[in-house]
Design a protein around this ligand. Sequence first.
Ligand SMILES: Nc1ncnc2c1ncn2[C@@H]1O[C@H](COP(=O)(O)OP(=O)(O)OP(=O)(O)O)[C@@H](O)[C@H]1O
Length: 250
Amino acid sequence: MIETQSLCVSLGGAQVVHDIDLTVERGRLTALVGPNGAGKSTLLAALGRLVPPAAGAIRVDGTEIGRIPSPDLARRLAILRQNAVIAPRLSVADLVGFGRYPHSGGRLTAQDHDIVRDCLADLDLTDLAGRYLDTVSGGQRQRALIAMTLAQTPDALLLDEPLNNLDLSHVRRVMAVARARAETGAAVAVVLHDLTVAARHADHIVALKSGRVFASGPPEEVVTPEILSALYDTPLEVHDIAGKRVVLTV
Ligand SMILES: Nc1ncnc2c1ncn2[C@@H]1O[C@H](COP(=O)(O)OP(=O)(O)OP(=O)(O)O)[C@@H](O)[C@H]1O
């Protein structure tokens, strides 16, 4: 579980995340949503200890995040950032293998190879395993990065806009894999822009606006026309279609 208490984060001298109290519980999928610039990526980066808090606390399974030794944190927590930079002359399988580095220190064991193979299969990459990253498509590259993050087998999985560049079939697959990790006990937080996907797949939604929590709760409480229209300052409709919530621009 990751918890924050009165978390504030500043970037470039300006505070962009204000007083966030948040819990990313194990066993459930938490979606972070909100308009561009709301602070979702900054919050996720702080949860992954990539950005220091200006004030407040972050605890991972009860321990203050700053007190966890880096090698230990790397085994326990994995984060996929937006626009991750990767070496082009690396194969898809090698990239996914890097996810095992915190566990194996670069010498992959038979078990590490099994995990890499399973993560490649989960992301529909088996046939592309030997391809260099500069020879695959944008969506295939994105899936390789997700597979690398999963290969870390973390207790806390943080994914920043993992659905970028993905077709609908792979959107479904990635959300299913994220859910499966939650169901095996991981704390999973995913930044999403597609509110229909968030409503369908998340157990808990945290909506950010201007660096603050605007609304939080289960999808049925947060995905309403009133809350979403106010969150995005634009009229939005929410319809129930075949028992699922669908969000539409007006
Ligand atoms: N390096 C930086 N220096 C200064 N300000 C920054 C920096 N990075 C981001 N910001 C600002 O911090 C605020 C929050 O940005 P952040 O990337 O967390 O938003 P976001 O909700 O993830 O947005 P998006 O949906 O567009 O990805 C924005 O106002 C942004 O302009």
